[in-house]
Design a protein around this ligand. Sequence first.
Ligand code: HEM
Length: 109
Amino acid sequence: MPSVVKINVLSVPEDQRETLEKRFSSRAGTVENSDGFEWFELLRPVEGTDQYLVYTRWRDEESFQAWMEGPMKAAHQGGGEGGERPRPAASGSTLWSFEVVQQAAPKKG
Ligand code: HEM
């Protein structure tokens, strides 16, 4: 079974970029402990787009769905204890889904 890639595409106004990156710096860090989680990257746009990508890779669709239904919600509370969720830094988001068809890593030695 191929891994699945889930990319959350975030539209972020120029003046909110720093806020967004700071929020990811203090992200919950719980996704790492989720069953079936394989990879995460926050990608800052440089050329060709002005949207940030939150790249995640999962063993299978079920693992991603389980994360979405549980830990995902807590991981998106903004990290503050008790307080209100801060105003979102992103003005919009779209979820992209892919299956990994091929992959390669450098050969060792
Ligand atoms: C509703 C639209 C969404 C917005 C605006 C958004 C934005 C954010 C922000 C600002 C953070 C940093 C933590 C925080 O301040 O909450 C975060 C964390 C994260 N987001 Fe989203 N997000 C959204 C939905 C999603 C979806 C659908 C995915 C699936 C790929 C995703 C993947 C992640 C991951 C993996 C983290 C890190 C969680 C951790 O460290 O445990 N997000 N998101």
